[in-house]
Design a protein around this ligand. Structure first.
Ligand SMILES: Nc1ncnc2c1ncn2[C@@H]1O[C@H](COP(=O)(O)OP(=O)(O)OP(=O)(O)O)[C@@H](O)[C@H]1O
Ligand SMILES: [Mg+2]
Length: 262
């Protein structure tokens, strides 16, 4: 469980807080989506969760232990992250080297390492590409490899910071499906940052951020049925979600009435 208590963070050269009194509770195994307009503080929150922000106000605790300068490395050891740009996350010359790299620092014996690499590549549906050069893969395939690398260390928490935003629709669907499969199989806590409100439907809770603050936290239904709160926070509910929410809310409705409601 991750608990944030009144966390405020300012970047050195900034007057405005990038995180402004954020309090949150993330239960183990939950899938939490974080949405918000550009500059609302999503990636700063992600950095805090990865343990790479120093000198913030407030408290963070992980599994009941307060994070301090001394224990931060140990407490965040089981957190993995996948970033936005598929081209910026490769270190290995081949897919298998790349996935193995995340294990090398952990001094995993070679035999075991090879086994883990095959297992995670299988899990993301990329085993047959293990000898390929990462640079020659499609964006969606690259992100699947990035997820495999993230999973190699068997993380408790998997954070994805707009991991689908540079992909084509098929790539997006594939990555989202894969995250669903990982969540179901491994019970990993998922923290899923996105701009795309159609991607949050699997979450246990959605957090809406604006100007460094948590403006709304609720179930997917709560988020989808409060379009005006989303708009106040510079987010727009996609048309297809407006339609389906309206249909669900009122199963017998004439088309004209429906359109008027939208
Ligand atoms: N390294 C930095 N130095 C100074 N200010 C920063 C830095 N990184 C982010 N900021 C500022 O902090 C605020 C929050 O930025 P952050 O990157 O967390 O937003 P975001 O929600 O992830 O945005 P985006 O959707 O564009 O990724 C913004 O005002 C941004 O300009
Ligand atoms: Mg960001």
């Amino acid at each position: 469980m991750i608990v944030l208590n009144d966390v405020t963070y300012k970047y050195d050269d900034s007057r405005r807080a990038a995180l402004d009194n954020v309090s949150l509770r993330i239960e183990r195994g939950d899938w939490i989506s974080i949405v918000g307009a550009n500059g609302s503080g999503k990636s700063t929150l992600v950095k805090l969760l990865m343990g790479i922000l120093e000198t913030y106000e407030g408290d963070v605790s992980i599994n009941g232990i307060k994070v301090t300068e001394e224990n931060t490395r140990a407490l965040h050891k089981n957190f993995s992250i996948v970033l936005q740009n598929p081209d910026n996350q490769f270190v290995g010359a081949t897919v298998e080297d790349d996935v193995a790299f995340s294990l090398e620092n952990l001094e995993v014996p070679r035999e075991e390492m090879l086994e883990i690499v095959d297992t995670v590549l299988q899990e993301v549906g990329m085993l047959e590409y293990k000898k390929h050069e990462p640079s020659r893969l499609s964006g969606g395939q690259k992100q699947r490899i990035a997820i495999a690398s993230a999973l190699a260390t068997d993380p408790d928490v998997l954070i994805l910071d707009e991991a689908t935003s540079m992909l084509d629709p098929q790539g997006r669907r594939d990555v989202l499906k894969l995250v669903q499969a990982v969540h179901k199989k491994r019970k990993t806590t998922i923290i899923y940052v996105t701009h795309d409100l159609t991607e949050v439907f699997r979450s246990d809770a959605v957090i809406v951020m604006n100007q460094g603050q948590v403006r709304l936290k609720g179930s997917v239904d709560t988020i989808y049925s409060n379009p005006h709160i989303l708009e106040e926070n510079n987010l727009v509910l996609p048309f297809e979600i407006k339609i389906s929410t309206a249909l669900l809310n009122q199963s017998i409705m004439s088309y004209a009435k429906l359109v008027r409601k939208l």
